[in-house]
Design a binder for this molecule. Structure first.
Ligand SMILES: NC(=O)c1ccc[n+]([C@@H]2O[C@H](COP(=O)([O-])OP(=O)(O)OC[C@H]3O[C@@H](n4cnc5c(N)ncnc54)[C@H](OP(=O)(O)O)[C@@H]3O)[C@@H](O)[C@H]2O)c1
Length: 187
């Protein structure tokens, strides 16, 4: 069971533009040709920040066109927010705020031995990293730059470095990089 940050990033380290657009990402690859189907099959619970959740709400029509419903996940999902946000119909949601460690045991129990996917954004993944709870980063690096936007992982990770465990080329517009986190260094 691992806690994984699985995200797509521009070459210069942004997961969305500064106005939360992902339009740059969709032309880069087909979900079916990526590692996503195998990845999501092993996920038992998700965590996402409020801005990511609000993107899902705002783009419900795109999500419905892609997967047939406004919420693509069957797994329980923790939404981190300091506000009261509306629920999306059909989604198994738990709203949380504050220290990610306070709900981690509940997430593990709900995941039932499967992995926990930290969907994003970057700072939420950083909060799991800071707490020593992040095991792996799985990054689809697109062959585009954005110049500015929402950062992939706004943390300084220097020593020991992340450990590169695999690289996979997906055509000429994407590469998938997997990194293990050295958790002992965080203690
Ligand atoms: N390319 C990709 O693979 C990918 C992956 C994920 C997301 N995205 C996109 O990237 C953007 C993500 O934006 P982001 O990084 O700015 O944000 P985010 O993590 O989605 O949301 C940040 C917000 O979540 C809330 N939050 C985070 N941690 C919290 C905590 N511990 N307790 C309470 N509330 C907490 C706060 O909102 P409030 O306090 O205001 O509620 C915070 O402003 C979105 O556009 C999303 O669609 C892209």
């Amino acid at each position: 069971m691992k806690t994984q940050y699985y995200a797509a990033t521009s070459l210069d380290g942004f997961i969305a533009t500064e106005d939360d657009s992902l339009d740059w990402l969709f032309p880069l690859g087909e979900v079916g040709q990526s590692s996503y189907p195998e990845f999501i099959a092993e996920v038992g619970a998700l965590a996402m920040g409020a801005t990511t959740y609000e993107w899902m709400m705002r783009n419900a029509d795109k999500v419905i066109a892609e997967v047939g419903s406004a919420w693509p996940y069957r797994q329980p999902t923790w939404i981190f927010t300091s506000r009261k946000l509306p629920a999306i119909e059909g989604a198994d949601l738990r709203f949380a705020s504050g220290d990610v460690r306070s709900v981690y045991a509940d997430m593990q129990a709900a995941a039932g031995g499967k992995n926990i996917w930290v969907v994003g954004g970057g700072d939420l993944a950083g909060q799991f990293y800071d707490a020593g709870l992040l095991d792996e980063l799985i990054l689809q690096v697109g062959s585009v730059t954005l110049g500015k936007g929402r950062p992939l992982f706004p943390r300084r990770v220097l020593s020991p470095v992340l450990s590169l465990t695999s690289m996979r080329q997906m055509g000429t517009s994407m590469a998938e990089l997997r990194y293990d986190v050295h958790k002992a260094a965080l203690k």
